[in-house]
Write a new protein. Structure first.
Length: 159
């Protein structure tokens, strides 16, 4: 009986050690910057309430849904997707936007308020993530176009 107890205790100890090592290998341990290109791909507009009278005529609750391609900064490889949803607020042109960067080693969650009348540069908070990015916070900046439908996306991460 004592030998069985020692065997179980040893097995549990090894299991905890292996789990600790595996978890220690995930996450970032210092500042990290991701330089990407956000390429427009799929887009849907959901009109609620009174019908829009013209393009860009958004009302409260209307939604803009995006599913974009993420490419490396040299624009040579796809590295993931950027899925987001913006819900229009009560003020014209102002929306609450939340999104997820879907990358090979995990996801990064983003959240911001956007004034679409002044959306040349969009700054958003990094609110967390999964996988390699499970412990992150920081800022992401969607900036100037590098070509039609493609904008620089720089993500500044902190553990």
């Amino acid at each position: 009986m004592r030998k069985l107890s020692l065997t179980i205790a040893l097995a549990v100890g090894i299991g905890l050690a292996v789990t600790s090592v595996a978890l220690a290998d995930h996450g970032i341990h210092g500042p990290k910057t991701l330089k990407l290109i956000d390429v427009s791909d799929k887009f849907e507009f959901v009109d609620v309430g009174a019908p829009a009278q013209s393009e860009g005529d958004f009302g409260p609750g209307d939604m803009l849904l995006f599913d974009n391609i993420l490419r490396n900064r040299t624009d040579t490889n796809d590295v993931g997707r950027f899925v987001s949803a913006c819900t229009m607020g009560a003020s014209p042109g102002i929306a609450l936007c939340r999104g997820t960067l879907l990358l090979e080693k995990g996801t990064i969650e983003l959240s911001t308020t956007v004034d679409f009348a002044n959306a040349d540069t969009i700054v958003t908070a990094v609110t967390g993530g999964t996988g390699q990015y499970r412990n992150v916070h920081g800022v992401a900046i969607l900036a100037e176009e590098v070509r039609e439908g493609a904008r620089k996306l720089t993500v500044f991460l902190q553990p």
